[in-house]
Ligand binder design. Structure first.
Ligand SMILES: NC(=O)c1ccc[n+]([C@@H]2O[C@H](COP(=O)([O-])OP(=O)(O)OC[C@H]3O[C@@H](n4cnc5c(N)ncnc54)[C@H](OP(=O)(O)O)[C@@H]3O)[C@@H](O)[C@H]2O)c1
Length: 245
């Protein structure tokens, strides 16, 4: 397909976990996909090798705005103008708030909130020129309900949902939709420290009786990027098997 006809999606944090699953699903759907992380992984190398010329990766720290601007300039050159964004890069420092270092709290706010806002701001400028687009911010059930040990992380995710609603109002009239997907617990590197006992407890509390998978969440994101969801904006879709119902 000619470069200017391609649907170009930017996915932050595509080296592993949910971000990698989203990249894989979107290239299968026919999107050209640009992604970044600080480090590359063999899983991402394998995916990129399987779709030559349809993916782009660069090392970027999402907390550094100059790196974001440079990345988007290169994406335009390599694949075309970005029309879709998934803000998936994120980090979680867990622990009781009273025990947490200020540097850990600040870093989470910089990566999960500032980084996502700045990346959306830069992508919206590209979408404006391109005549529209769609954005999905990956928040969390932890931002929807309170959970012990993740108060600061949950605050960054609840703020991201607030950002989704505000931005949706700002850019709806110019053809850009903005939604959040709030996953429940998925088995990725981020949840690797959960014990088997903790996982069993989460499963017991989940009406659909299992933990989530990357595919469960990526499917909801694919829907929110697609024209199938053309009248949905400003929403947070919870994908948690009913855990928070
Ligand atoms: N796993 C869950 O149960 C769960 C539940 C609810 C919500 N979420 C959310 O879902 C999203 C994806 O989580 P995941 O489980 O897939 O996490 P993960 O396996 O830890 O992957 C995180 C991704 O983000 C990238 N990343 C982290 N910090 C970054 C930075 N400063 N700059 C650029 N890239 C950065 C990582 O690459 P590098 O480390 O190489 O930079 C990696 O590609 C996150 O926003 C998370 O909060 C996860």
């Amino acid at each position: 397909m000619a470069k200017n006809k391609q649907k170009v999606a930017v996915v932050s944090g595509g080296s592993r976990g949910l971000g990698l699953g989203i990249c894989s699903m979107l290239v299968q759907e026919g999107y050209a996909v640009a992604t970044f992380s600080r480090k590359r992984t063999t899983e991402l190398d394998d995916l990129m090798a399987s779709v030559p010329g349809r993916m782009y990766w660069q090392s970027v720290d999402v907390a550094d705005q100059s790196q974001i601007v440079n990345f988007l300039r290169n994406v335009k050159k390599e694949l075309g103008r970005c029309g879709y964004l998934v803000n998936s890069a994120g980090m979680a420092n867990e622990g009781l708030l009273t025990m947490m270092k200020n540097s850990e709290i600040s870093r989470m706010i910089q990566v999960n909130l500032d980084g996502s806002i700045r990346l959306a701001q830069a992508c919206v400028k590209h979408m404006l020129v391109g005549g529209g687009g769609a954005i999905v911010n990956v928040s969390s059930v932890v931002g929807v309900r309170g959970f012990k040990g993740v108060a600061a992380y949950g605050a960054t995710k609840a703020a991201l949902d607030g950002f989704t609603r505000g931005l949706a109002k700002e850019v709806g009239s110019i053809g850009i939709r903005v939604n959040s997907v709030a996953p429940g617990f998925m088995e990725t590197e981020m949840t690797a420290e959960l014990t088997e006992k903790q996982k069993r407890r989460i499963v017991r509390q989940t009406p659909l009786n299992r933990l989530g998978t990357v595919g469960d969440v990526a499917s909801a994101i694919r829907f929110l990027l697609s024209d199938e969801s053309r009248f949905i904006t400003g929403q947070t879709i919870v994908v948690d098997g009913g855990l928070t119902v």
